[in-house]
Design a protein around this ligand. Structure first.
Ligand SMILES: C[S@@+](CC[C@H](N)C(=O)[O-])C[C@H]1O[C@@H](n2cnc3c(N)ncnc32)[C@H](O)[C@@H]1O
Length: 249
């Protein structure tokens, strides 16, 4: 099996701890002892036993397991926000998607799992390289990464969805309008309110864009342990605001 850095198998302990195995040619060491390399290729759901007798289960990774292990360079968009983008825009196997800036490529890769094709623009060469590695790790063939300044223009036409995770998304609105097909969506993700305000002010200058909504998604995780059922104490705080617009003319 090729040593390409991707996750090949997942070992799950009794407590639910996950161990991501990337190299099947060596024994895998965990805090519960090691699993012999011969055991690593057992069929999904098999029980594997470590050298100190700890029983664990082994499964194959799915997209989301491999996605969780991608390399992170700049801050990535959390899953809760990505889910909202997919749900609100209905991105599907017919959709051409433009994404900018690529960053680590997290959103681009996630969208590529649903869309026909994703083209993503990144101004920095170092991030462009990190994202290229991540695309390779996930084995996605429907992503094109461009090491380009998106403020200089978007090359594609007839686009169904444009996502911006940029410091100044308002500078890309004109090009976005030309690239987007009628009925297509723009979603801008910004951590701060002044960015939302400046983006909204620019969008108002383009009457063919209808504001759908601006939202912030708060996810509250709960501990569920017998009768100790309560919100987890370490909450994820604010991530960003999502502004949804649609081109209607
Ligand atoms: C917060 S990161 C994006 C993270 C990305 N959404 C993800 O999920 O991995 C913002 C990125 O935008 C890039 N960027 C900033 N200005 C840009 C521009 N004019 N054109 C293209 N990329 C740009 C930055 O270099 C940075 O990598």
């Amino acid at each position: 099996m090729e040593k390409d850095g991707s996750v090949k198998r997942i070992i799950i302990s009794k407590e639910g701890r996950k161990f991501y195995v990337k190299d099947l040619s060596q024994d895998y060491h965990t805090q519960f002892g090691f699993i012999r390399k011969e055991e690593l290729s057992r069929e999904d759901g098999s029980e594997v036993v470590s050298n100190i007798g700890e029983k664990m289960r082994i499964i194959s990774p799915s997209f989301i397991d491999r996605y969780r292990k991608i390399r992170r360079a700049p801050q990535i968009i959390p899953l809760k926000d990505m889910a909202a983008i997919i749900a609100e825009t209905g991105v599907s196997r017919d959709s051409l998607v433009i994404d900018a800036g690529t960053g680590s490529g997290a959103l681009a890769c996630f969208l590529a799992n649903y869309a026909k094709k994703v083209v993503s623009y990144e101004i920095r060469e170092d991030f462009f390289r990190v994202a290229s590695e991540n695309v390779k790790l996930l084995g996605l063939s429907n992503i094109e990464l461009k090491n380009k300044n998106v403020y200089d223009g978007i090359d594609e036409k007839d686009v169904g969805l444009i996502t911006f995770d940029l410091p100044e998304p308002w500078l890309a609105v004109k090009s976005a309008e030309q690239a987007l097909k009628i009925g297509g969506f723009i979603v801008s993700y910004s951590p701060t309110i002044p960015q939302v305000m400046d983006f909204s002010a620019e969008m108002k200058k383009h009457p063919c864009f209808q504001h759908i909504k601006t939202i912030e998604i708060i996810e509250r995780q709960w501990e569920v342990e017998e009768r100790k059922v309560r919100p987890k104490s370490q909450e994820i705080g604010h991530s960003g605001f999502l502004s949804f617009y649609r081109r209607i003319c």
